[in-house]
Design a protein around this ligand. Structure first.
Ligand code: GLC
Length: 419
């Protein structure tokens, strides 16, 4: 029998709930869930991380709606209010301090992460409508997306560029080696040092994407990031509609369409999506699972999606535990090295939702099946070995609870409608 069919829903909820509760932190009137709190985890993982909190909220919505909403509230509470980066929501929020060394200030970083907050809020709202909650988030999310346009689109084409690999959420991916000036067989420590050294350089140049581009600093336009942004703009339009602001709903929808149009025009080559080098907009030739996340943002034609779904079924992308961030035959594939060919359930969820969006429901179910099998076998780890399923990085890692969302959807479970 399949793992999904055999799973005891209540037991999975209890397991995820206990794990998330153990990583929960209350501070300064905010509640959030840390990525990991175990003594052996990266000490930075006690802070709040932007896209992690979105995945946590999507898991919480199955059993604790109040906490799901608080997770997002805590993110927007950290939004920058002043200065050139007003509107930005930091990728890491360190309410207990800890950002001084890298960012010159104690309480947060000066870069962001994949914008999934509107998407998450609208997924919560779809099953448990809460207009006042949307009204609470809406102005902050409008300012956040205005910030992207103002500060992260120096050529004004609608595609966002990143100024640090940490912004992508795929910190050490081989996708960034060239832009970081690193060799393709870079050792983990060397890459980690280069990323840490880049942070204060960004601060020196005022985190200004245009200035950084001119200075030849890391600057890329990733496929997955821009697809996620298109989805988030679309969700912001839906949020405006739910708040009875039809004009704004249309405007945000138009902005999402503009991202998709630029995506097609610039990122799709010979039918496949490519990350672009920010300096010359040439494709970054480094195959990765990020291409499948284009589906999440509705950035592909039906024919392109068909081709991508066929590619996903190839054993190089679909080993025993899919989807490795680099295909198994890529020169840069190192299955047990951080972001260089492992399975991350955050990435799997984005691919899963993208497949469903385009109607590849059976393939999505198979991905949910293998993702749940991974957690059933190994527990809630930060990431996993795609060939053996061995857990890697730290444990228990909160965001792997996102399998609960896949399980709930596959089993047609009704999420609670009220907190
Ligand atoms: C690592 C990951 C990043 C994640 C963070 C907290 O830095 O690369 O994507 O947000 O850990 O889990």
């Amino acid at each position: 029998m399949s793992v999904i069919a055999a799973a005891n829903w209540d037991e999975w909820v209890a397991k995820a709930a206990a794990m998330l509760r153990a990583n929960r932190i209350e501070i300064d009137g905010c509640r959030y869930t840390a990525p990991a709190t175990s003594p052996t985890a990266n000490p930075a993982y006690v802070h709040q991380f932007l896209w992690d909190s979105c995945f946590h909220a999507l898991a919480y919505r199955w059993f604790d709606l109040a906490m799901a909403r608080d997770e997002l509230r805590a993110l927007v509470a950290a939004q920058l209010q002043d200065g050139p980066d007003a509107g930005m929501i930091p990728h890491m929020i360190s309410r207990r301090g800890g950002s001084e060394q890298l960012w010159g200030r104690p309480d947060h970083s000066l870069i962001t992460q994949p914008p999934l907050i509107a998407v998450t809020a609208m997924l919560l709202h779809a099953d448990a409508p809460d207009v006042p909650f949307l009204a609470e988030l809406y102005p902050a999310l409008c300012a956040y997306h205005a910030w992207f346009d103002r500060r992260r689109d120096p050529d004004g084409d609608g595609l966002i560029c990143l100024i640090h690999p940490w912004e992508s959420g795929w910190d050490a991916s081989p996708r960034w080696d060239r832009a970081m000036g690193l060799p393709c067989d870079v050792a983990h420590e060397q890459g980690a040092r280069a990323r840490a050294e880049l942070a204060p350089r960004l601060v020196e140049l005022g985190c200004d994407a245009g200035a950084l581009l001119r200075a030849g600093s890391y600057c890329v336009e990733p496929v997955d990031y821009n697809a996620i942004r298109a989805a988030d703009l679309e969700a912001l339009g839906e949020m405006a509609a739910a708040l009875d602001r039809p004009q704004e709903a249309m405007e945000w929808g138009g902005r999402a369409a503009r991202v998709r149009e630029a995506f097609q025009r610039k990122m799709v080559r010979d039918g496949s999506p490519y990350d672009l080098d920010g300096a010359d907009e040439q494709p970054i030739v480094q195959e990765s699972a990020a291409q499948f996340i284009a589906l999440f943002g509705g950035c592909l034609t039906e024919a392109q999606a068909e081709r991508l779904a066929a590619q996903l079924r190839q054993p190089r992308h679909w080993p025993r535990f899919p989807v490795p961030t680099s295909p198994t035959d890529a020169p840069a594939f190192v299955p047990d090295q951080y972001w260089r060919g492992n399975v991350w359930l955050s990435v799997n969820w984005l691919i899963y939702m993208g497949l469903r969006r385009y109607g590849y429901v059976a393939l999505a179910s198979e991905l949910a099946e293998r993702s749940l099998a991974l957690v059933a076998q190994s527990g809630f780890w930060e990431y996993y070995h795609p060939l053996t399923g061995q857990g890697l990085g730290s444990t228990p890692q909160s965001w792997s609870a996102i399998v609960l969302d896949m399980l709930g959807r596959e089993r047609g479970i009704e999420p609670p409608r009220q907190a």
